[in-house]
Each structure stands twice: as structure tokens, then as C-alpha cells.
Write a protein that binds this ligand. Structure first.
Ligand code: ADP
Ligand code: MG
Length: 561
């Protein structure tokens, strides 16, 4: 049978050039790409055989096999999936049909350092040329008699020929480049290296990935042992009802490196235009780096069970950075970059859904498992409150799950809803005071009139409280009001009417003193006023409605502003 030499399409040639010159720093991903293709081919065959009962194909033992030959320095990935016809090979492997390829290539050439840019489309099969100087692909389409052999050194042309005895499916053999150094870290023929890559990137592929290894027995006999390298447990893809909590917990520990069980497990699945599955965990305690700038954030991202990246921070807002887990999105490129993820409209839609689900899960805890809710708020409340500042869409939902200390009880916290339920007749506002500590706030002169009147005051002592109270105007129709700012009106209308004559008289009596004091203190205060808010203290300092509070002033100074 004759061998034909064909040319790669221009764009394919350019992409190959980039691969040969290794714009990617992480070469390991070639194996992920091959396994992903093999897995797709097995998925397709399974589907095809279900649809077409007459298809002459063997589906009895669908799997992926990896074979390494240390002497020959070859690595083969084999599948018994759908395979390709000769036309398929020319069309699928010889060209890049994806739109926008030219633009992406131009950008890539400009920014050789920025490997993540490549995420516009899958580099896929061509990534093999990062590690191989010759690649041979043999394939036979399920149901067809004749096979095809394709071979290339990645330099502009490839050869193609018919083969008579190819098994069903596809095998790709890489002739690995000479090793750069003695460094076995990069030896893709070693068993542990292959194991490591499979474990890291492809553990949850739902087909078995097998490898046969040689073992020399005691009496020098060579034995062969075939092992399955992946666990195949894509927990998130299984129906919730069929998964035990202990399995969820094991998986949580695997991805989080946390010893304890998660506080709550969230398993969701979306069908329709943008399909995805998410398996998220709320840990039972805050990580040490929750408030560190470099702390890890975001779940793992998978695309159809192929691992794409750790810490996909685009999938969750910062204030939910403690949530761990996996999001498996079905319609993304395997090489999607972080930058592109941030802008992707579908990812943003997924993110909105995840946030709503997490907040409603916490709300459920609050209503049905208060002990868990208390743990949640103690560990993560401080982070969640950042959302009141940045996530205006969900401000209402966050306010519902918010808790704070209050003068209502010596210990513990209250929700805003509970506060509102205890509001006195005629009380219009939700009163709060921010400060460094509970005792400072309780002993503040501002508190006196509120205590005397029996009004409850929220005690807010986290630095972030200073900021969110400025952004939140109301809860349940009740405006929030700092007791340390502006004129706080504690009198009812009748009380005011009754007190008027006396106040007028007092104003007259003290007018001279107040003018003198305002002058004497003009360096330090704006105005000296007669107060009705104090009962035992002689005087107190009150902020203007728009002034920064003392704690916030300190915080700004600490941040160097
Ligand atoms: P992608 O997987 O993103 O489509 P690839 O470069 O990885 O891009 O592969 C190109 C195409 O080649 C695939 O879409 C598929 O049709 C075909 N292909 C690659 N590997 C296999 C395989 N093992 N079995 C069948 N078809 C394959
Ligand atoms: Mg692919």
C-alpha cells in the first residue's frame, strides 16, 4: 500500500511550531490531552453503539492503556474507542478547524512567555510535539475494515497510509526527545512519572487507564502485572442519592488536605445550554491563610472529568474563598486560561449560581441546624461580611445569614431578623456601634441613653464592620443607624413636644457657655452642643453623619492611606 505525504494546513503548522519550541512550561499536560482524547473516543463509541444497534464494534472492555518502553524511549496511549477513518485523520489531525485560531496564534507569538494565553482553544493532540520528535498514530474506525497510519515529526508535513490489521480504536506512539538532562523528573517512560501525571490530571476519568508493568520475581522470572492507575471516581458526576457521605468526606480530605470532615457538602448539577456539575464543601474550620493575601482560593476546575486547574478563583467571589471543591464544566476548552476564565460569560453565570446556592445552604443551616450555623459564622463570618461591600447583588442574602453580638445578651450573637423582632414600639432604626472591643463599646458614653431607654444596640467589633455598615442602608425596611454618629433621635413625638419649653430655656441658659466652649475647643471639635443623649456622663464626642469612625480612621492609617 502506498504512503502519501501531505502538508499541514498553515495554521496547524504555526501551532505545531509553537509546540515544538515549547511555549508551555508544563509539558506534562501532553498526557492529559491524549487521555482526554481517548476518553472522548470511548464516550463516543459507547453512545454510537447505543444509538446504532447494528454497529459492528466491540464494546465489551472499553479502556485506555498506557505502554512505556524505556529502551526504545517510546510511550504509547491506546484506546479501543470510536477510532478515525482516513478522511477523519486528515481533517481532524491535519487542520485546525476552530474559529479565531489565527488571532490567537498571532497573540501567542507575541507573548511567548505567557503560556496561559493559549487557553483560547485546545492545543490537544499537537501538545505531543513538546516531548516527542516523532509521533505515530494508528487508528481504525469502529465498524470499518481498514485502518490508517499517520506519522509526523511536526515539521510541516505528515505521511498517511492504509494498514490492514489495525485494532479498533486509536493508538498514539510518541518517540520521546532525547532527555535534556539526567533528571528523571522528566522521564516519561518511568512508571512513577506516568502514575503521578495520571493521578494528578486524570484520576476521575470514568474509563479505566491501565498500565502493564514488569516485575522480576525471586527466581528471576519476569512477571507482568496490569494495574488500573485511576480511581475513576468522579463523585460529582454520580447521582447524589448514590453517594455515601463517607465518600464525600474522603474526597473532601483528598482535595483539601484537611483532616476533619467538612461542615457541609453541596452537590449540584445543571443541565441545559451550559452544563456543569459542582461538588462544593464548606470546611468545619477556617484555614490559617484565610486573611492572607497569597492564600489559596477557588475550587478545582474540570472539563468533562479532565482536571484543568487548581484554585480557579474566577468561579467564586473572594468572600467565599474558603469553599473547597470541584466544578466540572462541560463546554470549556481544556486549555482555558485563568485570564479567559475571568471574562467568560458562562463562567460568570455558573459563579452566580454557586454563590446563591452556598448562601442558601448557610441559610438552611441557620434555620435547621443552628449548631452548624454557629460554627460556620464563627469560622467564616468575618470573610463573608466582605461580601456586603463587594457583592451588592447578594447583599440581602448575606444580611439574612449575618450574626452579630448585641446588648440583648452578654454572650453569643443575634441575627438581624431576631433583632428586628425585638424592636420596641416606635423604634425606627437598627442601632449599632462599631469599635475595638465589646467592653469599649458597652462603656462608651454613647450607649447611655440607649441603655436607659432599653433600646438594643448591635456590637460590631471586626474591622470589616466599619466598612460594610457604610454600604448597607437597611435591613427589612429598617435603616441602620450608628449610635455614635449625628443626631440620634430617641424621643417620641409627644416626648419632644413636652420637653420643648424646658429645652428652649436650657438653650438660653447655656448659650454663652456653648459659644465660649466652641471657641476654646475649635482646634479639636466642630461644634459644642447641648445633649439629651447622656444620662450620667458629662460630655461625649459625636461624629458627623459623614465622618470616618475612630476605628476606621485607624484602619486607613494602618493601610497607609
Ligand atoms: P480536541 O480534542 O479539542 O477536539 P485534539 O487536537 O485533542 O482537539 O484532537 C482533535 C480531534 O482528533 C478530536 O476532536 C478527535 O475528533 C480526533 N481524535 C484525537 N484523538 C483521538 C482518539 N484517540 N480517538 C478518536 N479520535 C481522536
Ligand atoms: Mg483533545
Amino acid at each position: 500500500m502506498s504512503t502519501e505525504t501531505l502538508e499541514f494546513q498553515a495554521e496547524a503548522r504555526q501551532l505545531l511550531q509553537l509546540m515544538v519550541h515549547s511555549i508551555y512550561s508544563n509539558k506534562d499536560i501532553f498526557l492529559r490531552e491524549l487521555i482526554s482524547n481517548a476518553s472522548d473516543a470511548l464516550d463516543k463509541l459507547r453512545l454510537e453503539s447505543l444509538v446504532d444497534k447494528d454497529l459492528d464494534a466491540d464494546t465489551s472492555d472499553l479502556h485506555i492503556a498506557i505502554e512505556a518502553d524505556r529502551e526504545a524511549r517510546t510511550l504509547t496511549v491506546r484506546d479501543n474507542g470510536i477510532g478515525m477513518s482516513r478522511e477523519d485523520v486528515v481533517r481532524l489531525i491535519g487542520t485546525i478547524a476552530k474559529s479565531g485560531t489565527a488571532e490567537v496564534l498571532a497573540k501567542l507569538r507575541e507573548a511567548k512567555e505567557n503560556a496561559e494565553l493559549i487557553g483560547q482553544f485546545g492545543v490537544g493532540f499537537y501538545s505531543t510535539f513538546m516531548v516527542a520528535d516523532r509521533v505515530v498514530l494508528t487508528t481504525r474506525k469502529a465498524g470499518e475494515a481498514e485502518g490508517t497510519r499517520w506519522e509526523s515529526a511536526g515539521e510541516g508535513t505528515y505521511t498517511i497510509e492504509a494498514v490492514a490489521d489495525a485494532p479498533q480504536g486509536t493508538s498514539v506512539t510518541l518517540h520521546l526527545k532525547p532527555e535534556d538532562s539526567e533528571d528523571h523528573l522528566y522521564d516519561y517512560t518511568t512508571e512513577w512519572k506516568i502514575r503521578e501525571i495520571v493521578k494528578r490530571y486524570s484520576d476521575f476519568i470514568s474509563w479505566p487507564i491501565r498500565m502493564t508493568t514488569e516485575k522480576t520475581g525471586e527466581d528471576e522470572t519476569v512477571e507482568y502485572e496490569t494495574q488500573t492507575l485511576n480511581s475513576m471516581k468522579a463523585l460529582w458526576a454520580r447521582p447524589r442519592k448514590e453517594v455515601e457521605q463517607s465518600e464525600y468526606n474522603d474526597f473532601y480530605r483528598h482535595i483539601s488536605h484537611d483532616w476533619s470532615d467538612p461542615l457541609e457538602t453541596i452537590h449540584m448539577k445543571a443541565e441545559g445550554t451550559f452544563e456543569y456539575e459542582a461538588l462544593l464543601f464548606i470546611p468545619s474550620r477556617a484555614p490559617f491563610d484565610l486573611f492572607m493575601r497569597e492564600g489559596k482560593r477557588g475550587p478545582q476546575l474540570y472539563v468533562k472529568r479532565v482536571f484543568i486547574m487548581e484554585d480557579a478563583e474566577a468561579l467564586l467571589p473572594d468572600y467565599l474563598r474558603f469553599v473547597k471543591g470541584v466544578v466540572d464544566a462541560h463546554d470549556l476548552s481544556l486549555n482555558i486560561s485563568r485570564e479567559i476564565l475571568q471574562q467568560d460569560r458562562q463562567i460568570q453565570a455558573v459563579r452566580r449560581r454557586l454563590v446563591k446556592k452556598i448562601l442558601s445552604t448557610v441559610r438552611d443551616l441557620q434555620q435547621n441546624d443552628n449548631e452548624k450555623y454557629q460554627t460556620f459564622w464563627r469560622e467564616f463570618g468575618r470573610a463573608v461580611k466582605e461580601g456586603l461591600i463587594n457583592d451588592t447583588d447578594n447583599q440581602g442574602a448575606i444580611l439574612e445569614i449575618l450574626s452579630a453580638a448585641s446588648t440583648h445578651a452578654e454572650e453569643g450573637v443575634t441575627t438581624l431578623a431576631d433583632y428586628v423582632s425585638r424592636m420596641k414600639d416606635g423604634q425606627q432604626h437598627i442601632y449599632y456601634m462599631t469599635g475595638e472591643s465589646r467592653s469599649m463599646i458597652e462603656n462608651s458614653p454613647h450607649m447611655e441613653a440607649f441603655r436607659a431607654k432599653g433600646f438594643e444596640v448591635l456590637i460590631l467589633t471586626d474591622p470589616v464592620d466599619e466598612v460594610w455598615v457604610e454600604r448597607v442602608t437597611e435591613f427589612d425596611g429598617k435603616p441602620l443607624q450608628s449610635i455614635a454618629k449625628g443626631q440620634v433621635d430617641l424621643e417620641s413625638e409627644e416626648e419632644k413636644e413636652a420637653a420643648k419649653p424646658e429645652q428652649e430655656q436650657r438653650k438660653k441658659d447655656f448659650a454663652e457657655l456653648l459659644t465660649w466652649m466652641t471657641g476654646a475647643l475649635s482646634e479639636n471639635v466642630k461644634e459644642v452642643r447641648l445633649s439629651s443623649r447622656l444620662t450620667t456622663s458629662a460630655a461625649c464626642i459625636v461624629g458627623d453623619e459623614n465622618d470616618v469612625t475612630p476605628t476606621l480612621e485607624k484602619m486607613y492609617r494602618a493601610m497607609g492611606q
